[in-house]
Design a binder for this molecule. Structure first.
Ligand SMILES: Nc1ncnc2c1ncn2[C@@H]1O[C@H](COP(=O)(O)OP(=O)(O)O)[C@@H](O)[C@H]1O
Ligand SMILES: O=P(O)(O)OC[C@H]1O[C@](O)(COP(=O)(O)O)[C@@H](O)[C@@H]1O
Length: 319
C-alpha cells in the first residue's frame, strides 16, 4: 500500500477541513494510506505526521480553519531542516504530499522535490485570491460571504444615520476581496491597491449625491492601499461633511462555516490533486481556470504576479 500525506501552509482558509475530509476518503478509495502533517512545514520538520482515519475526518466538514493546523516556517527555508523533513517522511515511506497553501508554499515544495524527490500537488488556498494561474483559490467564497454579511449589517445601521462607513477588507496587496464585495454590496466607493486613485475626484459627485438626498455612504477599501482606513474616514468628515466610522474586518474574514461552493471546490481540488499524483504528475499545482481544472507547473504560478480580471476592473471604473 502506498502512503500519501497532506499539510496546510500559510494563512488558513475555510474549506481546508472539507479538503482534509475528502483527502482521507479519496485516498482510502484509491488504496492509499492517508497521513496528516500537523502545523505545516514545521510539522514535517518536527515529525508531527500521523495516519489519518475516517474517524479523524468525521464532523469537520462544517468547520472553518484547519484541524491539522497551519504555519509559516522559517526553518523550512533552510536546507538542513528540509533534510530532517525528508528523513521523517522516509521513515514512514511517504513520497507524495498534497499542500494546501499559496505560491510561497508551492515554491518551498518545489525546492523540496528537486532536492529530495518528494512528489507534490499544490491546492491554491488563500482568501486573497492572489495566486497567478488560477481563477479561484479555496476559501475565497466563504470570505466573500463573511464580508457580505458584515457589510449588510453595517448598512442597516448606516441607513439609520447620516454617516459614512469605511470597511476594510483583507487581501495583502490584492484588491479582489474588496472589489467583488463592493460590487456585490452596492458600495459607493471602492479603493484597491491595483488602481491609482485621488479622493478629490469623488468630492463633487459625493456632495451632489448628498444634495439629492443620499444620507449615507459605504466605502469598501482593501488592505494594501496607500492610505489608512482612518484617513479615508477623515476625508469623509472634512471634505464631504459626513460623520464617519471605520470597521476593519480583519481575521473574521478567515473564519466561518465553509460555504457550499468551498466544500464542493475542496472536494474537486483534492480529487484532481490525488489523480494527478497517481497519474504521474510529480510536481504541479491544480488550478481552476476558465477551461476547468488544469495542472500547472510552479514556474507558471510563482514567476508572475496575479492580475485582477480586466472585466471586474472595468466595473470598478464606473464608481
Ligand atoms: N523559497 C522557499 N524555500 C523554502 N520554503 C519556502 C520558500 N518560500 C516559502 N516557503 C515556505 O512556505 C511557507 C509559506 O509561504 P508564504 O509565502 O508565507 O505563504 P503562502 O504559501 O500563502 O504564499 C513559508 O513560511 C516557508 O516555510
Ligand atoms: O494572519 P496573519 O499572519 O496576520 O496574516 C494576515 C494576512 O494573511 C491573509 O489573511 C492571507 O494571506 P495568505 O493566504 O497569503 O497567508 C492576508 O489577507 C493578510 O494580509
Amino acid at each position: 500500500m502506498k502512503n500519501i500525506a497532506i499539510l496546510c501552509s500559510g494563512g488558513d482558509v475555510s474549506g481546508m477541513n472539507p479538503a482534509l475530509k475528502q483527502f482521507v476518503e479519496y485516498s482510502l478509495q484509491n488504496g492509499l494510506t492517508p497521513y496528516f502533517v500537523y502545523d505545516g512545514f514545521e510539522g514535517l520538520i518536527d515529525n508531527k505526521i500521523e495516519i489519518a482515519t475516517h474517524k479523524d475526518a468525521a464532523g469537520i466538514i462544517n468547520r472553518g480553519g484547519t484541524i491539522i493546523g497551519s504555519a509559516r516556517s522559517k526553518r523550512f527555508m533552510q536546507k538542513e531542516f528540509r533534510e530532517v523533513a525528508k528523513k521523517n517522511l522516509d521513515a514512514l515511506s511517504i513520497d507524495m504530499l498534497l499542500v494546501l497553501g499559496g505560491d510561497g508554499s508551492f515554491r518551498g515544495m518545489d525546492i523540496f522535490y528537486k532536492e529530495h524527490g518528494i512528489k507534490f500537488c499544490g491546492i491554491p488556498s488563500t482568501i486573497d485570491n492572489d495566486i497567478n494561474g488560477t481563477e479561484y483559490c479555496l476559501g475565497v467564497d466563504t470570505a466573500l460571504n463573511v464580508i457580505k454579511d458584515s457589510i449588510d449589517n453595517i448598512r442597516d445601521t448606516a441607513a439609520s444615520f447620516s454617516r459614512a462607513f469605511v470597511i476594510e477588507t483583507m487581501g495583502r496587496n490584492c484588491g479582489y476581496l474588496a472589489l467583488v464585495s463592493a460590487l456585490c454590496s452596492g458600495a459607493e466607493l471602492c479603493l484597491i491597491p491595483e488602481i491609482e486613485y485621488d479622493l478629490k475626484e469623488y468630492e463633487k459627485s459625493f456632495k451632489e449625491q448628498i444634495k439629492s438626498g443620499r444620507k449615507y455612504f459605504i466605502a469598501v477599501v482593501s488592505e494594501g492601499i496607500k492610505e489608512e482606513s482612518s484617513e479615508i474616514a477623515e476625508w469623509f468628515e472634512e471634505k464631504i461633511g459626513l460623520e464617519s466610522r471605520v470597521t476593519i474586518l480583519g481575521h473574521t474574514q478567515r473564519g466561518g462555516n465553509p460555504t457550499i461552493y468551498d466544500r464542493l471546490m475542496a472536494y474537486k481540488f483534492v480529487n484532481h490533486a490525488i489523480d494527478g499524483l497517481l497519474g504521474g504528475r510529480d510536481e504541479s499545482v491544480i488550478c481552476y481556470t476558465k477551461k476547468g481544472f488544469e495542472y500547472k507547473s510552479i514556474d507558471e504560478i510563482a514567476n508572475k504576479k496575479y492580475e485582477l480580471d480586466s472585466e471586474l476592473l472595468g466595473y470598478l471604473k464606473k464608481f
